[in-house]
Design a protein around this ligand. Structure first.
Ligand code: ZN
Length: 273
């Protein structure tokens, strides 16, 4: 559509229902919806005590549920990506309290995806991150870490320790400490449920996630075999040619990608039913 002119009007001319708030989203029936709920981010990022706010006008789980309601009507399946962005941005601000709150919203959105997958076993749900931010460390509280030979090295300014925070369902507390306000090269966790999820076991390059999704969507070995699949069962399928050249009719395949910078959700068709 390009970048010239009134893009929301162009979207509507192309058949998109344009909504700007929660009630509009709830009323929209699809199958194409453009929902823009903020000028940029749906939160205010800042260090603690400097005006940070995490209170999205439409919650991530609600957007996720609406997307699933619309996309799951397509008999050819779907790919949905859902991203939670507050986790990354609040980590750039070394704001552990709102990193945790953003993460809880992500948890809720993942739960929506898992509930959908529970009712549709052809669904693959993947939760992943694009990177780590801040080199976030979980530490004992200073009361516990009282041995002078092992001091809690807090740092100063924005990256000093945050907390203490309460451990869920326990009488314990923890601190969050930061090394940097930027992205890091630390390994990040990936979890998956559903058909094809077994290929995401182990340690691998991030590009392997693409290959695993392509395998799930289009059949084994549809993706490049160059990815390092040695740590996963995906290597068993690497020599095979794709079973189909494209989407096959059948049940939806859903992949849910979640990041420390956000989370995404993907769905598509595999096999017949
Ligand atoms: Zn970032």
């Amino acid at each position: 559509m390009g970048t010239e002119g009134n893009l929301t009007r162009k979207a509507q001319e192309a058949g998109y229902e344009y909504v700007t708030d929660a009630s509009g989203l709830r009323a929209a029936s699809g199958p194409r919806i453009l929902g823009l709920f903020a000028n940029e981010e749906m939160f205010q990022q800042a260090p603690e005590g400097e005006g940070a706010v995490y209170d999205p006008p439409v919650s991530l789980p609600e957007m996720t549920q609406k997307a699933l309601d619309i996309l799951s009507q397509d008999p050819e399946g779907f790919f949905l990506m859902v991203e939670e962005e507050g986790i990354d941005e609040m980590a750039h601000q070394s704001n552990a309290e709102l990193v945790i709150e953003s993460g809880q919203q992500l948890d809720e959105a993942v739960k929506v995806g898992q509930n959908f997958a529970a009712g549709d076993p052809d669904t693959l749900v993947i939760v992943a991150s694009d990177h780590e931010t801040g080199s976030l460390a979980i530490e004992d509280t200073n009361e516990i870490q009282s041995d002078p030979a092992y001091p809690n090295e807090s740092g100063a300014g924005r990256t000093e320790e945050d907390g203490p925070f309460r451990v869920a369902d326990a009488d314990k507390k923890f601190l969050v400490d930061w090394t940097t306000t930027n992205h890091t090269a630390e390994d990040v966790p990936v979890t998956a449920m559903g058909p094809g999820g077994e290929s995401l076991v182990g340690v691998y390059q991030n590009t392997h996630i693409h290959d695993a999704m392509a395998d799930a969507l289009f059949g084994p070995a549809s993706a490049s075999a160059s990815a390092t699949a040695s740590a996963s069962t995906a290597s068993a399928g690497v020599q095979k040619m794709p079973k189909t050249g494209g989407m096959a009719p059948g049940g939806p395949l859903l992949a849910l990608l979640v990041g420390i910078a956000g989370f995404a959700l993907v769905g598509r068709v595999v096999g017949g039913r």
